[in-house]
Design a protein around this ligand. Structure first.
Ligand SMILES: [Zn+2]
Length: 77
């Protein structure tokens, strides 16, 4: 995803937590996922070279990248 789309994404979603190179944002504005066009629940930006995610729910994930960061979009099935 390019800088313009990324900036629009980050300015639209609500920051939740940031820890261990993983930044989470909640989609409170029903923004469409850039990968599948369905509104996503959370966006997760992984800023380290390696990151581990512990999921407490079974989720469908869409993925893109911005620079070297992986950006995940979660959808509850
Ligand atoms: Zn999606």
């Amino acid at each position: 995803m390019d800088d313009e789309k990324y900036d629009r994404l980050i300015s639209s979603v609500t920051p939740m937590e940031s820890a261990d190179g993983v930044e989470s944002y909640r989609n409170t504005v029903a923004m469409a996922c850039p990968a599948c066009d369905e509104p996503f629940d959370d966006a997760v930006v992984c800023t380290e070279e390696y990151n581990s995610l512990e999921l407490s729910l079974e989720l469908d994930l869409c993925v893109t990248t911005h620079d070297d960061d992986v950006v995940l979009f979660t959808h509850k099935p």
